[in-house]
Design a protein. Structure first.
Lengths: 511, 434
């Protein structure tokens, strides 16, 4: 135990904590974070929850309230079974990109863990949510909680009006297309608060809206439509379109207005999560770096005991553990490990660069103060561009990264590049590509609707390097797609280079 | 900054999602529960537990890249490879399909999760195609039978007993001599009559003092005091403290197939569940027989194979012995369930019938006989399948009014109707078990 003189400065002693302790911890962290590190954060809201509530939160993808669907029940059962058998511990925290920024902390955590969690989530993630470009442009932190409330209520009212099975089928179909339900290129700051109002306007608007697909009057017997006419209609339908849910919401001929609204809810939520998927490494790197730095600083100030710091380091080491590729524990690159390593590496380059670093990073090598560099990186990049810009040869060597080429046509795997002079740039490029959604997610677009004939919807998957869709899954998703569209659906897989058709999937609507 | 304590929020937020999930995966869960209950002991039938269902039945598909094509991996922890090295493709390892694409269970193809007791039982009983009414009786663990049990000094306003409260109030008022309002009225009238007559001034003064005293006393002794208040008291009615023993008799000679034994086991399980609802303590005795009978444990009962002839009477003799030894009918409610394929050695039937009528049935609350057969077993086409020896024997007894339920069971759904007869005889059973 510490001497009483010491105890006066310590933020907490032992493992127990109460709300006053949390408040002291928060204020001390805030001093370091906003004062010394210059972080910019939303106001914090820290919510203490139990283990069961943590499982609840897991089940609904971390959101505090969500509409009801069987798949969340499935995830809950799965997490619960693993937790009960001791296969998996629970996360110490969940943080929600909202304003105020909501962090859940578990009641079972020790005081030290709470400090770690608060520094990590309430300052690290919070700063990232607030300043990162993707989050600023694609998500509406102020509106999300109200919107979720609205979504939940709306879907519940649909269940009451149209029956649970009907809504469940629709949500199943929408979830199957969720990954294809985001705009990746159009930029427009979302405004979730106005979504409710818009839902009411939609009904009135729909009655007035003109859609070529809904015209059921027989065509006058005439010559086949001219080239210009077809182009005009395609433009009206905004083709080609990568956001399948958006296209279905706007143009599927057989959906009722409430079904369109449900599709919109699903795609709004998918859109809300899009930045998180693109910034996993950076987000975790930023948060891990932040808690590491804050807690060390507090220790230097004598506000954390040596024992507590050891506990912090123990958890920290577990979080950033990266097994090698041939280790049985290996399951991909740990975003915490890579993120933290890169942030620390940037700090090293700023403070004590080598000659190599000066060559590779002339902009900031040896500048002395890492925080401005890091804050700039956290604000302006996403995983793919961040790695492409900041991964240093030093770190490539340290992690012993190598690039393995797996060509199904070749009988063996080949090491294409490794951590040497010739390989740095290629390894870095290949790693960056692993985080590029354009590379990892299939590129599927609606290209045409057979307007003159049977209204068949035509999609194209531009297969890069001959990587085709998983056939069984694709078939099932196509069925969902056909049930939403209401007519035949055709998916063509074409080579991205050359445009040769590689495979086709055709599915008719359910009878 | 705000700190909120959410721990007190109502739990079970994801319960509706769970119900939706169970409904969605109903067929799979039912299959899993069927497997699990076949492996369980009868006694464990009504506990929850983990079940495992195949993952593919509850997949959420989405477009993802499949195997094949050219792909790049950047991996950490290189030890010996140099650029240009060629490595043999690992068998089913990371060189194959996008293993990162499957977030659920990381390649596990079964999905394990825990069911609560209610869920497990409900699905199990569903599978037996029990009518809802019977199912509710079994699944519902809470016993809603509340009984009046006198009065209490505390309770909810809804349970206030006005009559009893007023009675207490009245006796207290009498005992403490609280002045009645009529007495005060009489005094007031007297005062009014005397008022203004100077010769009666002394009397008036006395009366006024008396009135004041009475009014003060009436104020001090309230009309209804908190100590008068009584509430109706309710107690949950304890289940009849009674014990039951359940005899499982089964023919284990070679002609009984696994399938038949499984049907029998389901029957025993269900009987156990029903009995458990009615009795605090239920014992199970397993007696198997070929041409001789013995008491065994559950494992041996269902799983060990015996060879020999078939003499049903031996099992009844054994049961009679055990009843006499350990379960005096005065202290125990005795239930017996016999499963057989109907074979019996020629000449044993008469002895069997005699034993039943004279010794077994008088001691039993209920005797059920189920004759198991294969699904779709119709005998030789064109020849109506005759009743078996045992069936004919028991049929004659039942016709003579013995408390005997009998049923031919070819399929799971045939099992429950046997119990319908048990319910039909409720009056008789209640009288006996009380």
């Amino acid at each position: 135990m510490n001497a009483p003189v010491d105890g006066g400065r310590l933020l907490w002693q032992g493992a127990d904590w109460d709300f006053a302790t949390l408040e002291r911890i928060h204020d001390a962290c805030a001093q370091v974070a906003t004062g010394e590190m210059g972080l910019e954060v939303y106001p914090n809201r820290i919510e203490v929850i139990s283990a069961e509530q943590m499982l609840d939160a897991y089940a609904s993808t971390g959101l505090p309230l969500f509409y009801r669907h069987w798949s969340f029940g499935k995830h809950f059962a799965q997490h619960e079974a693993m937790y009960r058998r001791g296969l998996r511990g629970l996360a110490y925290e969940i943080v929600i990109n909202a304003e105020p920024c909501v962090s859940y902390v578990m009641e079972e955590n020790t005081a030290t863990m709470q400090a770690l969690v608060i520094a990590h989530a309430a300052f690290g993630h919070n700063h990232f949510f607030r300043t990162n470009r993707l989050f600023r442009e694609w998500t509406d932190a102020r509106g999300i909680l109200d919107y979720l409330e609205f979504a939940r209520g709306y879907i519940q009212s649909c269940e009451e009006r149209f029956g649970e099975p009907e809504v469940e089928r629709l949500l199943d179909s929408a979830h199957a297309l969720m990954n294809q339900g985001v705009h990746r290129h159009r930029r427009r700051a979302p405004d979730l608060l106005s979504e409710q109002r818009r839902e009411q306007e939609r009904r009135q608007h729909d009655e007035r809206m003109y859609n070529v697909l809904w015209s059921t009057l027989p065509e006058r017997a005439s010559a086949p439509p001219s080239q210009g006419e077809t182009a005009r209609r395609r433009a009206l339908l905004q083709l080609p379109q990568e956001n399948l849910l958006y296209f279905l919401e706007k143009s599927a001929p057989r959906l009722a207005p409430w079904q369109r609204e449900v599709l919109r809810i699903v795609r709004n939520i998918a859109q809300y999560f899009l930045p998180q998927r693109q910034t996993k490494v950076m987000n975790e790197g930023c948060a891990t770096y932040t808690h590491h730095r804050i807690l060390h600083r507090l220790h230097e100030q004598g506000r954390i005991s040596d024992g507590a710091l050891l506990e912090v380091l123990h958890s920290h080491a577990a979080v950033i553990f990266q097994p090698g590729f041939d280790d049985p524990r290996y399951s991909g690159i740990n975003p915490y490990a890579l993120g933290f390593a890169m942030m620390s590496d940037i700090e090293r380059i700023c403070r004590s660069p080598t000659e190599e670093d000066r060559q590779w990073f002339p902009d900031f090598a040896g500048c002395g103060e890492p925080m401005p560099v890091l804050r700039h990186a956290w604000a302006e990049f996403r995983d793919e561009s961040f790695i492409l810009q900041y991964l240093s040869p030093h770190l490539i060597r340290e992690m012993r990264l190598f690039h393995l080429l797996d060509d199904a046509a070749a009988p063996v795997l080949r090491v294409a590049a490794m951590h040497d002079e010739r390989g740095y740039r290629r390894v870095r490029q290949a790693l960056a590509r692993q985080y590029d959604p354009a590379w990892t997610d299939p590129d599927i677009q609606v290209v045409d609707v057979d307007l003159a004939g049977d209204r068949r919807l035509i999609l194209e998957h531009a297969a890069i390097d001959g990587r085709l869709l998983d056939e069984k899954d694709a078939k099932q998703v196509m069925r969902h797609l056909a049930s939403l569209w209401g007519y035949d659906v055709l998916l063509r897989e074409v080579a991205a280079a050359g445009g040769a058709t590689l495979r086709e999937h055709a599915v008719g609507p359910p009878r | 900054m705000q700190i909120l304590d959410r721990r007190l929020n109502p739990s079970g937020r994801s319960l509706p999602n769970r119900q939706r999930f169970l409904r969605r995966a109903k067929a799979l869960v039912q299959e899993a529960v069927r497997d699990a209950s076949a492996k369980r002991e009868i006694r464990a039938a009504d506990t929850g537990g983990e079940v495992s269902i195949p993952l593919h039945g509850i997949r959420e598909p989405n477009f993802q890249l499949g195997a094949g094509g050219r792909r790049d991996h950047v991996l950490p922890g290189n030890k010996q490879y140099r650029e240009g090295d060629e490595i043999a493709r690992p068998q089913g390892g990371e060189g194959g399909s996008g293993s990162e694409g499957a977030p659920e269970g990381g390649g596990e193809d079964a999905f394990r999760f825990a069911l609560s007791r209610e869920e497990f039982l409900s699905i199990y009983l569903d599978d037996l195609e029990l009518p809802d009414l019977a199912k509710r009786r079994l699944v519902d663990a809470s016993d809603p039978a509340w009984q009046r049990a006198g009065y209490a000094v505390s309770g909810t306003p809804a349970n206030l007993s006005i009559a009893r409260t007023m009675r207490n109030s009245l006796s207290r008022r009498i005992a403490l001599k609280r002045p009645k309002p009529e007495a005060a009225a009489v005094l007031e009238a007297e005062i009014a009559a005397l008022d203004g007559k100077p010769d009666q001034a002394e009397q008036l003064l006395r009366l006024r003092a008396e009135l004041e005293r009475q009014l003060l006393r009436a104020r001090r002794i309230p009309y209804i005091d908190p100590i008068d208040v009584r509430y109706r008291r309710f107690e949950s009615q304890p289940r009849p403290v009674a014990r039951a023993v359940m005899f499982c008799l089964m023919d284990v000679s070679g002609s009984m197939t696994e399938e038949m034994k499984d049907l029998a086991k389901r029957f025993y399980t269900l009987l156990y569940l029903f009995l458990q609802r009615r009795y605090k303590h239920v014992e199970i005795v397993f007696i198997r027989h070929t041409h001789e009978a013995s008491e065994v444990d559950e494992e041996a009962f269902f799983h060990s194979r015996e060879t020999g002839g078939t003499l049903v009477s031996t099992a009844l003799v054994e049961m009679q012995r055990i009843v006499a030894d350990r379960f005096p009918p005065a202290d125990w409610n005795i239930y017996a369930a016999q499963a057989s394929d109907g074979d019996n050695a020629a000449g044993d039937s008469q002895r069997t019938g005699q034993l039943l009528v004279e010794h077994i049935l008088p001691a039993c609350q209920y005797y059920a006989y189920i004759e198991v057969g294969r699904d779709g077993d119709q005998g030789i086409p064109g020849f109506p399948r005759g009743a078996t020896d045992l069936w004919r024997t028991y049929e004659a007894l039942a016709a003579a009014g013995a408390p005997l339920a009998m049923k031919k069971v070819r399929h799971r759904q045939d099992i429950f109707p046997v119990f319908r007869e048990l319910f039909a005889k409720r009056g008789l059973l209640d009288g006996a078990s009380a």
